[in-house]
Design a protein around this ligand. Structure first.
Ligand code: IPM
Ligand code: MN
Length: 340
């Protein structure tokens, strides 16, 4: 039914739009310009969230707002963060809370770049576990503020959480031409969490005989990212390693201004959320210097996840073939929109 309705343009998606802080609203405006150019019918539902709003109202994210967002078909987020808000308030209270509450257990981050002086090109997708590990917030202080102070910060890994993420990564690898999946961890030191990841990986691998597998320690993976990224097709890794590796991924594939991510709920019990890997860059906000490509690629990933494959491909190609496009944030957005 849905494909038929789609073909006739009869589906109107409800897209939650969170511009956020700094360059967030600027790049999201360009992403929506490009979605408009695809002709896909959608209704944007704007949510005023982020550091600016927190400083003005004292509210980070209400239960009511979460319920509103939960009813969307998808969510597009620019960037969150203001220098005057202490670290953790918005990250934990907003971004991570959304990932946890909407059960966005896969963080999918693709990297694509032609061959360059350092390597033979990049074409990989990092699947970062998105609801567990050190990000869960397990830990605390003892004797805080005294010379005998103790702080712990644990990493929580459940068989259930690890397995569903690894299974998603295998399914993705199976759908790609190379069909190769690498587990990245630090099993030589993190002998509990690493062991659970490795055993789960090996067990799920038996269900995907056509997928070849590999393993790299995360420190070695950093070298390979820079010197031979062609080694990788799909990577699956834990939350913190994935956070760090994907900034490096951005750096080797066209810069962080092109790195897009999808926080996915593959079970589709609710909306998925798409956001650039970059932050709010308050230093360049309002100058027109922000590259909107990451946000535009996010909009493409959002369309792909909704099943609007053709529109998604048009957006992705327009961005990937836009190296000749220079100018301000709005000029780049308009030029890419013209080519969609
Ligand atoms: C990212 C960001 C977030 C993370 C922060 C802002 C909470 O760095 O999406 O990679 O650490 O996941
Ligand atoms: Mn990060």
């Amino acid at each position: 039914m849905l494909p038929l309705l789609r073909e006739r343009g009869l589906v109107t998606y409800r897209i939650g739009v969170i511009g956020g802080d700094g360059i967030g609203p600027e790049v999201i405006a360009e992403a929506l310009k490009v979605v408009d150019a695809t002709g896909i019918a959608y209704e944007p539902v704007t949510y005023d969230l982020g550091g600016t709003r927190y400083l003005a109202t004292g509210e980070v994210l209400s239960d009511e707002t979460i319920e509103g967002l939960r009813s969307m078909d998808a969510i597009l987020l620019g960037a969150i963060g203001t220098p005057d808000v202490p670290p953790g308030v918005l990250e934990r209270g907003l971004l991570l809370r959304l990932r946890f509450e909407l059960d966005l257990f896969v963080n999918l981050r693709p990297f694509l770049a032609p061959a360059g002086p350092l390597n033979d090109g990049v074409d990989m997708i990092v699947i970062r576990e998105n609801t567990e590990g050190t990000y869960l917030g397990e830990g605390g202080f003892l004797r805080k503020g005294t010379p005998q102070e103790v702080a712990t910060q644990g990493s929580l890994n459940t068989r259930f959480g690890v397995e569903r993420c690894i299974r998603y990564a295998f399914e993705l690898a199976e759908s790609r031409p190379r069909k190769h999946l690498t587990l990245v961890h630090k099993t030589n030191v993190l002998t509990f969490a690493g062991d659970l990841w490795q055993r789960t990986f090996d067990a799920v691998a038996t269900e995907f005989p056509s997928v070849t597998t590999g393993y790299d320690h995360v420190d070695a993976a950093c070298i390979h990212f820079v010197q031979r990224p062609e080694r990788y097709d799909v990577i699956v890794t834990d939350n913190l390693f994935g956070d760090i590796l994907t900034d490096l991924g951005g750096a080797i594939a066209g810069g962080i201004g092109r790195a897009a991510s999808g926080n996915l709920n593959p079970s589709r019990t609710g909306p998925s959320l798409f956001e650039p890997v970059h932050g709010s860059a308050p230093d360049i906000a309002g100058t027109g210097a922000a590259d909107p490509r990451a946000a535009i690629l996010c909009a493409g990933m959002l369309l792909e996840f909704l099943g609007e494959t053709k529109a998604a491909q048009r957006v992705a190609s327009a961005v990937n073939e836009s190296d000749d496009v220079l100018g301000s944030t709005a000029e780049i957005g308009s030029r890419i929109a013209e080519r969609v």
